[in-house]
Design a protein around this ligand. Structure first.
Ligand code: NOJ
Ligand code: CA
Length: 701
């Protein structure tokens, strides 16, 4: 007994003064941990000798018991390392290497409030070649209930970096990004840029992750989180007097931001770093930090290329709703007696037309929105009961349409818009999924537009983070894939639950006139956590030409829209435009028909956030390559070297490029398609238009 106690004292003493560090397998990244004199934990990070994160403190502020901020002594320390390779169910590559060195620091703090038993906390650190990660672990201890008032994780920047940011909104990521110095964010926010100060649902001085940064020395840094489970999403508040970020958890209705029971691990806090922008895009840090696949049978999970009865509603050509009659009391409406307004998109004839087109062109699925009753009163009414997710409109024959689709070799995709009435959705979920199983749907697009009910709940709170994952797990039990819109931004959970096939959680094509640079930022930010249902493939850019009265223009060229199937990686890709617009440009549509949505190999060739991205990918189990390049607000000349191709082989290339006079504002639909034979020695010159790009298919001869 006595000996053990003496050993513990020695350990406690050494813990108070000693710093420990781990190095990434390559040796480029070093993470150092130390405890200050007052027992406060600190860490710092360097890359190739450059300071990336200055000494930054760690801790948890608690309510109802003393906070876990300082006064710690070290009671344990261990090191570890791992080097494994795993195969994702779907992805950018056949296999992913997961190699890191780690350390775990066990901390203890005597109870000062006279209560029995010490408080215990563990800090787990990992250094990978593409970045570092750390998390808090609350091990099982005398008192296991923790109410977390705030997480106090600092990330101290080494300078006034350039940032691509969106504000710390608790409910949405549907913003364009602002590029500015860190020191400019405050004034831009107060001036109303991307931020409405009259709203209260924002972190005080914060931005959202994934946050992309660039230092003046040309280092690329990305801050995000991985494995967000049972905890609120993290925003980053910035103290711009010292350029220190501090975590700010999303509040919900409860007083504590997170209530957890030990043993518990927080999500990982991540810092991805490289001197090459392409390394940030190629990083698998977030996936590697997530748990391996939790599903035994994954044979039913399949990448999806789909069309939808969708863009025609988004643009206003048709409607989700069925009638203009009063339907405010959904339970009392008899839809067989109301007067149809005649603009309902999800009607039998129209759906059949889309099924014919999608099936004839090799698509896997067809999404139909507005199939179910309730759309007359869905938006902004904040009613608990808006949809039942079960009852089709009278002109949507759910059985006949599914049978028809199946007879043509495709499936329908379900749509569940909750309009934020989450308790209502949870009440109906089992029956809603059961209905899907009954008719042969295996994928659902869910949506959470508007304020979450009850009032005061937020989209990114602990309560909602639980809901989103629960909906995915319950879907897995029924062999259903989930594409969640307006859900919390992804943190790599698709590794563990690969039926989470995509998310929205950013500004996508539904914002019809977003600026051209947006698609050159998303892969550096939103896509770090997982694939996005961006819904590319718009071919008719003057939207008013088919949706009378709509003033919007798509600010992109046709070649740019094709390239997005490569630059915006997702195993779920939509061809968002209308069948008739694809018929008009059948030669360009060929690329969308042919491009795979699952890959054996991906090479990011060139990139700069906000400027351009060029990527080459080899189809799953195939020798054929596809290349996509997009540029933002500037036209750009680009020479593509095909040296990623295996030497000695010949390929039939189909090249889809902007026409010389193309321009996303003035002449967006001008493109040129050429065919040639190429090898690994070939070079192709492109003149990318503003908001333009290029796309290539390379078929092995
Ligand atoms: C917003 C989604 O992002 C969009 O795709 C959908 O059509 C509407 N909500 C209606 O559910
Ligand atoms: Ca949306």
């Amino acid at each position: 007994m006595k000996k053990q106690f003496a050993g513990l004292l020695a350990l406690m003493f050494s813990g108070a003064v000693m710093a420990e560090s781990i190095t990434s397998p390559s040796g480029d990244i070093v993470l150092e941990f130390s405890l200050s004199e007052s027992g406060r934990p600190f860490y710092s990070v360097s890359y190739k000798g450059e300071e990336i994160v200055r000494p930054s403190s760690l801790g948890l502020e608690l309510s109802g018991r003393p906070s876990l901020l300082d006064g710690f002594v070290r009671t344990g320390f261990s090191r570890g390392s791992s080097d494994e390779t795993w195969a994702p169910v779907w992805g950018e590559n056949d296999s992913i290497r997961d190699a890191y060195n780690s350390m775990t620091v066990s901390l203890m703090r005597p109870r000062r409030d006279g209560a029995e038993g010490p408080d215990r906390l563990k800090l787990i650190f990992r250094a990978y070649d593409d970045g570092v990660a750390f998390r808090y672990e609350l091990p099982s201890q005398t008192h296991n209930e923790f109410k977390i008032k705030e997480e106090r994780t600092q990330i101290a920047m080494s300078g006034d970096h350039t940032a691509w940011w969106i504000p710390g909104d608790y409910d949405t990521q549907e913003y364009e990004y602002t590029k500015s110095r860190l020191s400019e964010i405050r004034a831009l926010r107060e001036g109303g840029v991307n931020y409405n100060l009259s709203q209260t649902s924002f972190s005080p001085t914060g931005v959202q992750t994934s946050l992309m940064l660039k230092t003046d020395k040309g280092l690329y840094i990305n801050l995000h989180e991985a494995a967000l489970v049972d905890y609120p999403a993290m925003h980053l508040n910035l103290d711009d007097t010292v350029m220190v970020f501090e975590s700010w958890l999303t509040p919900g209705l409860e007083a504590a931001k997170a209530s957890v029971t030990a043993p518990f691990k927080t999500p990982w806090r991540t810092v991805t770093v490289s001197d090459k922008a392409t390394d940030i895009l190629a990083s698998h840090l977030i996936l590697n930090l997530n748990e391996p696949c939790a599903l035994e049978d994954v044979s039913w999970i399949k990448p999806v290329k789909y069309m939808g009865v969708w863009w025609e509603m988004i643009t206003g050509k048709s409607q989700w709703s069925y009638t203009d009659d009063d339907c405010s009391d959904l339970a009392a409406v008899d839809y067989s007696t109301v007067k149809p307004h005649g603009k309902h998109g999800a009607n039998n004839d129209n759906v059949r037309r889309y099924i014919d087109f999608a099936a004839a062109n090799g698509f896997d699925q067809l999404l139909i929105e507005g199939w179910n009753i309730g759309w007359e009163e869905w938006f902004g009414h904040e009613k608990d009961y808006v949809f039942d997710f079960l009852t089709p409109y009278p002109d949507f024959d759910i059985k006949a349409l599914n049978d028809y689709a199946h007879s043509k070799g495709i499936r329908l995709m379900m749509h569940h818009e909750t309009s934020g009435s989450v308790a209502n959705y949870e009440r109906h979920l089992d029956r809603a999924y059961e209905l899907m199983n009954r008719y042969g749907y295996n994928a659902v697009k869910s949506g959470y537009v508007g304020n979450i009910l009850p009032k005061g709940e937020t989209h990114y709170s602990q309560r909602m983070v639980r809901h989103f994952l629960d909906a995915v797990k319950r879907a897995a039990d029924r062999h259903i894939m989930v594409n969640g819109h307006e859900a919390v931004r992804p943190t790599g959970l698709c590794r563990t639950y690969p039926n989470l096939i995509a998310n929205e959680a950013a500004m996508g094509t539904e914002y019809q006139s977003m600026t051209p640079g947006h698609v050159t930022i998303l892969p550096f930010t939103r896509l770090q956590g997982g694939p996005m249902d961006f819904t590319p493939g718009i071919f008719r850019m003057d939207i008013g030409s088919f949706a009378p009265g709509n003033p919007n223009y798509k600010r992109a060229t046709v070649a740019n829209q094709l390239a997005l199937y490569l630059t915006m990686y997702s195993p779920l890709q939509m061809a968002a435009d209308l069948p008739e617009h694809y018929e008009e440009k059948a030669d360009a549509f060929r690329f969308i028909r042919e491009v795979p949505v699952d890959w054996s190999e991906s090479r990011y060739l060139d990139a700069e956030p906000g400027e351009y991205i060029v990527v080459a990918r080899r189809g799953k189990g195939s020798g054929d390559w596809y290349v996509g390049g997009v540029t933002g607000a500037d036209a750009r000349k680009y020479t593509l070297k095909l040296d990623f191709l295996p030497a000695g082989k010949k390929y039939a290339a189909t090249v889809y490029a902007d026409a010389p006079d193309a321009d996303c504002y003035d002449n967006p639909e001008a493109y040129v398609i050429t065919e040639k034979t190429v090898t690994s020695k070939s070079k192709l010159d492109f003149g990318m238009a503003r908001g333009g790009g290029f796309a290539l298919s390379l078929k092995e001869l």
